[in-house]
Design a protein around this ligand. Structure first.
Ligand SMILES: NC(=O)c1ccc[n+]([C@@H]2O[C@H](COP(=O)([O-])OP(=O)(O)OC[C@H]3O[C@@H](n4cnc5c(N)ncnc54)[C@H](OP(=O)(O)O)[C@@H]3O)[C@@H](O)[C@H]2O)c1
Length: 378
């Protein structure tokens, strides 16, 4: 097994196609990885597949099922993650299915860091005489699966921090009004970010000032998304849009000093209470992932939540939607409580930018997220 340079441009092309297929299911597969698969014979794609969600066929099985038995013999299979080989799940193992189908070459970027899978396909492929190559398109593939890789390697939810700001970095005017800094296209974009997440999180300040619903109301695809409010004492009004919709859309309050009487009210409203210090992001994100299967949390809170997340070093990516407006010094800043000398300023890596009407969405990855490929064994 090693990567052969002579094959690189063709292999790159088909692996990129796998990523395109994988990304179509963003928002549907959590806590599983995004995986696409392409089967190629004599330079032509004979079949494609993708994983569409937990309990459903893996990308490789999906692609294999779409090609005739005869055409699969001697074909090359491309997939953007090591094929699984363990039986401890609802779907059958893919490495064995690939060998059984008579596929003779497999190309994927890196081993799956999930200890149940990592490296186990090597023996199956070797025993079946399958030539397998790794090490190509590692960075792009790691970024596509940044949520899964963070979940598996850090055992916590991945955090996407989103803020709608003015050109001078303000998220509300001096009276606290933030509706609407950004335009219609941006608001629709935020709903698509919610769809790609398992939970949307704010602090009690935003819950009180904006009275948001935090549901998905635009876009082709809808799903229930868990709403989370951080408040040490469980500050959330009973008449708020969030509390009033808790029986239809899951709502969690996270606090460590919630009086018993308040806890009883929350429970009556159908609000789940997690007792944890909401300023302890590490513990909170570990609880959300390991106990509530929340792979990705989108924070839409105000400046206090944004500032404390950045201070904790756990903002895995920041999505700033910048409107061509200015609000001035007295308006609400994006990140409260930060005070870094330039030499220690946390740095982010620009990943993508997108025009949304007259706004711009700037998508930054934290250094840690951008360096995920370095944690992986090709
Ligand atoms: N433009 C935008 O994108 C945007 C988005 C959201 C909000 N806003 C604006 O921002 C303003 C509200 O800002 P805000 O800073 O008060 O809202 P926030 O950050 O959503 O809420 C802050 C409150 O959350 C609680 N909290 C619990 N755990 C926390 C933690 N780990 N880190 C930070 N806070 C935690 C604290 O109250 P407890 O004492 O209850 O624990 C804290 O006072 C409003 O004017 C709103 O319109 C703008």
């Amino acid at each position: 097994m090693s990567y052969n340079d002579a094959m690189s441009s063709t292999d790159l092309f088909f692996l990129r196609r796998c990523l395109t297929l994988a990304c179509r299911e963003e928002g549907s597969v959590s806590p599983n990885p995004l995986v696409g698969c392409v089967i190629v014979k004599n330079g032509t794609i004979i079949s494609e597949g993708r994983h569409k969600g937990p309990g459903l066929a893996h990308a490789e099985a999906d692609a294999i099922s779409r090609a005739s038995v005869a055409r699969l013999k001697g074909a090359t299979l491309y997939v953007n993650l090591e094929p699984c080989s363990h039986t401890d799940k609802r779907t059958p193992p893919c490495a064995q299915a690939i060998a059984k189908a008579g596929i003779t070459r497999v190309v994927y970027p890196f081993q799956d860091p999930n200890p149940k899978t990592k490296g186990l396909s090597d023996k199956i492929f070797r025993d079946a005489g399958i030539d397998f190559s790794r090490g190509l398109l590692v960075r792009e593939s790691a970024v596509v699966n940044r949520v899964y890789l963070t979940n598996i390697t850090s055992k916590r939810s991945f955090v996407s921090l989103k803020l709608g700001t003015t050109m001078d970095g303000r998220i509300a005017d001096k009276s606290g009004c933030s509706r609407w800094i950004t335009g219609n296209d941006s608001q629709r974009f935020v709903h698509s970010l919610r769809f790609k997440s398992d939970a949307v999180l704010i602090g009690s300040g935003t819950a009180a000032s904006d009275n948001p619903q935090l549901t998905i109301r635009y876009g082709r695809k809808r799903k229930p998304v868990t709403r989370i409010v951080l408040s040490r004492e469980g500050r959330i009004s009973q008449s708020s849009a969030l509390a009033q919709s808790a029986k239809d859309h899951p709502l969690i309050v996270i606090g460590d000093r919630v009086p018993e009487k308040k806890a009883a009210i929350l429970s009556r409203l159908g609000i789940k209470l997690i007792t944890c210090d909401p300023r302890d992001w590490e513990t909170l994100l570990a609880i959300l992932f390991t106990q509530h299967q929340i792979g990705r949390v989108l924070t839409e809170g105000g400046g206090e939540v944004a500032g404390s997340l950045v201070r904790s070093g756990l903002a895995d990516e920041i999505i700033l939607i910048v409107a061509p407006k200015l609000l001035g010094d007295a308006a609400v800043p994006s990140f409260r409580g930060l005070d870094f000398p330039l030499s220690e300023a946390p740095e982010f890596v620009l990943f993508r930018k997108r025009k949304l009407g007259s706004d711009f969405a700037l998508h930054y990855l934290s250094r840690r997220t951008a360096c995920l490929p370095d944690l992986l064994k090709p």
